[in-house]
Design a protein around this ligand. Structure first.
Ligand code: UT7
Length: 335
């Protein structure tokens, strides 16, 4: 009987820092509004003059994760890549990471679960490791939001929140009972699919809409978000899915040593923290520096928390996410 553990973590963010003051130049917004409503002070947006893309950023994060795990690319036997902003419509970035790392013909899977994408991917890797099929799996979350945001006043409720970056972990086979990934919990509710979505480039219209019409006023090319509706669902689903993970393992919220929520909005994280009765040092947030990086947010936060010594051997770590789909998910890990 195998168990699975996170053996290494890494992250990468583009160098280009975009402050709230910078955004005031493109759209009708204020530094105060953004900080008060979202908690974001600055985010990283890819400089188009660089080669940064979800696959290349994911590869860099993966290299750090492998180094941290003390293994090389030759040890990897499967890749799971989560993103809502792939380099290309197809193929997905998983195969590009396989090529960029020079790994020989292993499987590469792309996961499309937006903000929950990393936890879904972790769950996939966990199952493959626990069944004994694979020994070392790279799980990557990476996003290039800045390339597709409406940076005018029309898109301000969405574009001020999101940032670019990548995070990665190595999920590794282990035999230590009671340690590693204890359980994962996945959910969806497709009836709200259009409340947070990018509907423009789609298979029904992609030739006529994207090429023939090419109408710059068409809002469907930009992400749409019914912000307050998403917010209300997020705070409920976060609570539910965390309780589900705790109950499944016989724990209470006070047993958690480190809670790493998907960095959707600082107000959401703070609401959930309060509801769970956690102190500030039991929760890790970095949305202030990076904004919401969707599938990358949890592994970036986990990587930073680990680097800062805030996740230690034996700690009970809880991950939870909610986002477009709607999808939501949690994972409980004994480090
Ligand atoms: O990660 C995936 C899941 N995503 C989330 O969980 C995000 C959930 N939602 C949110 O984080 C929040 O709903 C937002 C941050 C998106 C918006 O905050 P809000 O407090 O819900 O604001 P709102 O959309 O209700 O807008 C309030 C006002 C509106 O003006 P009026 O109609 O009251 O005059 C907006 O037009 O704020 C205005 N507004 C802005 N003003 C300045 C919206 N965006 C901006 C902006 N700057 N960037």
């Amino acid at each position: 009987m195998y168990t699975s553990r996170i053996a290494g973590i890494g992250h990468y963010v583009p160098e280009n820092v975009v402050t709230n003051k910078d955004l005031e130049e493109f759209m009708d917004t204020t530094e105060e509004w953004i900080v008060e409503r979202t908690g974001v002070n600055e985010r990283r947006w890819i400089d188009p003059a660089t080669d940064d893309m979800p696959s290349t950023m994911g590869t860099t994060a993966a290299q750090m994760a492998m180094k941290n795990a003390g293994i090389t690319a030759d040890d990897i036997d499967f890749i799971v890549f989560a993103t809502l902003s792939p380099d290309y419509y197809f193929p997905g970035p998983g195969v590009m990471v396989q090529e960029q790392l020079g790994i020989k013909e292993i499987g590469a899977l792309d996961v499309r679960n937006q903000c929950s994408g990393f936890v879904y991917s972790l769950s996939v890797a966990d199952q493959f490791v626990k069944t004994g099929m694979y020994e070392n799996i790279l799980v990557i979350g990476a996003e290039n939001h800045s390339g597709g945001l409406d940076k005018t006043t029309r898109g301000r409720n969405v574009s001020v929140i999101f940032g670019d970056g990548a995070g990665a972990v190595v999920v590794q086979r282990s035999k230590e009972e009671g340690k590693g990934i204890l359980s994962t919990h996945l959910h969806s509710e497709g009836k709200h699919a259009k409340e947070l979505a990018l509907l423009g480039p789609n298979t029904a219209h992609w030739v006529d809409k994207m090429i023939a019409e090419n109408d710059p006023k068409d809002e469907s090319y930009y992400p749409y978000m019914n912000g307050s509706f998403v917010f209300k669902h997020a705070i409920v689903r976060f609570g539910e899915v965390i309780s589900e993970a705790l109950q499944a393992n016989g724990y209470q919220s006070t047993d958690i040593d480190m809670f790493i929520p998907h960095q959707a909005n600082l107000r959401i994280s703070q609401f959930v923290q309060k509801k769970m009765g956690l102190s500030d040092d039991q929760v890790y947030n970095n949305i202030m520096r990076y904004g919401n990086t969707t599938a990358a947010s949890i592994p970036i936060a986990m990587s930073e928390a680990h680097q800062e010594g805030k996740i230690k051997e034996g700690d009970l770590v809880c991950l939870a996410a909610f986002g477009s789909g709607f999808t939501w998910a949690s994972a409980l890990i004994r480090w």
